[in-house]
Design a protein around this ligand. Structure first.
Ligand SMILES: C[S@@+](CC[C@H](N)C(=O)[O-])C[C@H]1O[C@@H](n2cnc3c(N)ncnc32)[C@H](O)[C@@H]1O
Length: 261
């Protein structure tokens, strides 16, 4: 275990699966568009883990990573970028900017994962973001969002996951039914140490799928597909997401929303 507490390392190892994510996204694009995606833009990229995985997929794969906060970008440059080959590094650009207004090379895919677009609390701001994505996509482009919900999300609650040497906590502090504003914290506890509270905090609006779909349509997206998670024999999520017209009402779920330009 690392001695110094490195919050981005813990985030990467408790929240993200960038290698699986880029493969899932690439396969969805393939099956929807019947062609290969080359240019991938990772919005709200933080330490741009997905962008690093994308350029590993092949010599034609290029990534553009965008975040408004310089600190995770700097971390990504110092830690992840250096681990790529020179050729892979050449195919990755990092942009310190606002996803509401940034202008980038047109992408085949834009992803905004881990619910990051929930940061936009006003309808106009979320629509502005979707319009920017629409403009920044190639004609065959695909916008990939994730979304979460379920009855559990409408009240304060805390979940924890044991990762052996440390425990990860996802703490929903509040939910306001009038505004749908909700505050979340991520805490960590390394074995034998005190719990480190509020390592990451998110002050979000809880958007629901029908609202998101309406805004995507208003921004110009032609086809919007929801990928819902399948279940194993115990009724638990099996990590396999398929296009569905109807979901299942459960305590807590995660889904992907794929929007075609
Ligand atoms: C929840 S983290 C997402 C990390 C990563 N995308 C993931 O999948 O785990 C949210 C990130 O969004 C960034 N962010 C928030 N508002 C932004 C904006 N308007 N433009 C660009 N990045 C923004 C924050 O700096 C932060 O790094």
């Amino acid at each position: 275990m690392k001695k110094k507490f490195d919050k981005y390392w813990y985030y990467r190892h408790s929240v993200q699966s960038p290698d699986l994510d880029v493969r899932f996204i690439r396969n969805c694009y393939r099956s929807l568009k019947k062609k290969e995606a080359c240019i991938f833009r990772e919005d709200f990229c933080s330490t741009f883990a997905l962008s690093c995985e994308w350029v590993k997929l092949g010599r034609l794969c290029r990534s553009i990573a965008v975040d408004i906060d310089d600190r995770p970008l700097k971390y990504g440059k110092e830690h992840s970028l250096r681990q790529l080959s020179f050729d892979q590094q050449e195919r990755l650009s990092v942009i310190h900017g606002d996803v509401l207004s940034c202008r980038t090379t047109k992408a085949d895919i834009i992803s905004a994962l881990n619910f990051s677009y929930f940061v936009f609390k006003k309808r106009d701001d979320l629509k502005k973001y979707f319009l920017n994505c629409y403009k920044s996509l190639n004609k065959n482009g695909l916008l990939v969002l994730d979304c979460f919900g379920g009855s559990q999300c409408f009240e304060a609650n805390e979940e924890q996951v044991d990762h052996g040497t440390f425990t990860y906590y996802w703490d929903q502090k509040s939910f306001d039914p009038i505004s749908h504003h909700a505050v979340f914290h991520i805490h960590y506890k390394r074995r034998g140490e005190k719990k480190r509270k509020k390592v990451f905090t998110y002050d979000w609006r809880f958007w629901v799928i029908p609202e998101i779909k309406d805004l995507l349509k208003e921004a110009g997206f032609r086809k919007i597909h929801v990928y819902w998670e399948g279940t194993d024999k115990n009724g638990e999520g099996n990590g396999c997401f398929k296009r569905r017209e109807k979901g299942e009402d459960c305590e807590s779920w995660v889904a992907y929303i794929m929007s075609e330009k």
